[in-house]
Design a protein around this ligand. Structure first.
Ligand code: SAH
Length: 238
């Protein structure tokens, strides 16, 4: 054994996110500002005093587990979407969820700290977490040291410019009704996600029907000549 001690690690919280499935989750945090999640702090880390002072920070680092890729394992090299899914780089030169230990790290916005029915929640936005993601730690984001102006990022250039997203009449009516019922602006959320073209590199030529689950809403869309068209939205029963 190389390490003398155990390496104990236990989740401190669980994410409740708008992303009920993986398809559509942005590739990095901060890309979809309307993407929200609640981080439910779990015992023994659900004590008010443990987040005292955190409200003074606008952003947090969240350490988490890519829990849905654990069973899929990992490979020493991966094909990042930035390289069109063609070329391979080392797993440690990538942000791939398929990595040893499957650990994720995201800088997200802290919107509020909420106590509700004896539970402690951190309200987050700009997230890239799947629903039910286990969280191992949070730390305040400190711009003067965490943001490095001179940093270079090789092959990981920014995303493509957003494409226009057009909603069909019935889809738009559904979203207005859903907003009234739940307070969730699913139209804006879907616009931001689809506008960034969530199709994997291997599907970029596929124009036909795509389905995406946000909260409990199934959103169906397709590629038209100069835009992405949302044909329908419907609620999925739990
Ligand atoms: N901030 C991240 C970016 C990783 S890749 C990091 O470097 O750690 C982001 C992708 O991870 C998303 O597009 C989504 O498909 C996937 N993802 C997010 N949460 C996940 C989870 N709990 N299990 C498996 N995959 C997840």
């Amino acid at each position: 054994m190389i390490f003398q001690e155990d390496v104990p690690i236990t989740p401190i919280g669980m994410i409740h996110s708008c992303f009920t499935e993986k398809f559509g989750i942005p590739r990095q945090p901060g890309m979809v500002v309307s993407a929200t999640a609640r981080l439910e702090m779990l015992p023994p880390c659900n004590r008010e005093e443990m987040v005292r002072g955190l409200e003074q920070f606008s952003h947090l680092w969240v350490h988490f587990l890519f829990h849905q890729t654990v069973a899929e394992g990992w490979k020493p090299t991966v094909r990042p979407p930035w390289l069109g899914g063609q070329k391979r780089v080392g797993v440690f030169a990538s942000r791939s969820p398929h990595r040893p230990n499957h650990l994720g790290l995201s800088a997200v916005r802290l919107e509020a700290i909420v106590y509700e029915k004896g539970k402690l929640f951190l309200e987050l936005s700009g997230v890239d977490f799947l629903d039910r993601t286990p969280v191992f730690d949070i730390k305040p984001y400190i711009p003067y040291s965490d943001s490095i102006q001179s940093a270079t990022c090789g092959y990981a250039h920014g995303e493509n410019p957003a494409v226009a997203v057009v909603f069909g009449e019935s889809a738009e009516l559904f979203c207005a009704d859903y907003l009234q019922k739940t307070g969730r602006n699913i139209q804006r959320l879907a616009e931001e996600i689809i506008g960034q073209d969530p199709r994997p590199a291997s599907q970029k030529k596929n124009r036909s029907d795509f389905g995406m689950l946000l909260w409990n809403v199934n959103i169906r869309w397709q590629v038209k000549d100069d835009c992405f068209y949302v044909a329908s939205c419907s609620e999925v029963m739990a």
